[in-house]
Design a protein around this ligand. Structure first.
Ligand code: NAP
Length: 224
């Protein structure tokens, strides 16, 4: 798909991956609509997508402002890593609203030609203090892949491994320190380039894994 003049809604546009995607999609001459939450960061719309009322208002506004959307890139997400005893009901509701229900309801009500969903390799991993985040990404993956069967060609799931942004409980500086100690992080600019090439590829698959590792329990792995 040639991205020039395509109307693309990008959630999480103010984040580490989203801000790079914003630059690259603008360079590709897409008609880009950016969504953020923090009003101090530039975006076309600022909304708390974890709040069902604000989310519905935003959907109504976009439906009135744009007759149709070609693509939604669902990049907004939150990563709360805590043990079960420390997780609050607010943590559960906020994470499921943002990581699962926001992509679902945006896709259902804005019905773009293509939904590209930024999921995580956490969807396949079962580790302590990740019950909340990993289960949201497992639900998001199941949801996306079921919808990809139901509406062929309209949904793509991307399972991302750890990427060097300020996502989750560690700061960017803390991750850079871990990187010096040997931890492998994907470069968010490289990740954004892969996303662009997946969008441009008309014979794209329904799932891609961007990871230096392999998770054999998941079957076949595709690289863009
Ligand atoms: N980085 C990783 O290691 C990694 C690995 C696997 C998957 N992923 C997934 O990749 C996606 C992008 O991650 P990233 O690394 O770019 O994260 P990031 O830098 O933390 O950015 C998160 C984005 O989500 C937005 N957001 C957070 N809460 C929101 C809310 N309630 N309503 C609306 N927007 C909200 C943020 O908006 P504001 O900044 O305006 O608040 C920001 O634009 C996420 O879905 C994440 O789960 C990331």
């Amino acid at each position: 798909m040639n991205l020039a003049n395509k109307t693309i809604l990008l959630t999480g546009a103010t984040g580490g991956i989203g801000s790079l995607l914003t630059s690259k999609l603008t360079a590709a001459k897409a008609n880009l609509i950016t969504l953020g939450r923090d009003p101090n960061k530039p975006a076309s719309y600022h909304t708390d997508l974890a709040n069902p009322t604000s989310r519905q208002e935003l959907i109504k506004q976009i439906l009135s402002d744009y007759p149709s959307l070609d693509i939604i890139i669902h990049a907004a997400g939150i990563g709360i890593y805590k043990s079960l005893v420390d997780l609050t009901s607010e943590d559960w509701y906020q994470s499921y609203e943002l990581n699962v229900f926001a992509p679902l309801f945006l896709a259902q009500q804005l019905h773009p030609q293509l939904n590209l969903v930024l999921g995580s390799c956490s969807a396949f991993q079962h580790t302590p203090e990740r019950s909340l985040y990993n289960s949201t990404k497992a639900a998001l993956r199941a949801l996306t892949l079921c919808l990809a069967q139901e509406q062929p060609g309209h949904f793509v799931h991307l399972a991302l491994d750890s990427t060097l942004t300020a996502f989750g409980p560690l700061t960017l500086a803390q991750k850079q320190a871990k990187q010096k100690d040997g931890k492998i992080y994907l470069d968010p600019s490289w990740v954004s380039d892969q996303i662009i090439s997946i969008l441009q590829n008309d014979s794209r698959d329904t799932e891609y894994v961007l990871s230096p590792d392999c998770y054999p329990e998941c079957g076949t792995w595709h690289k863009p």
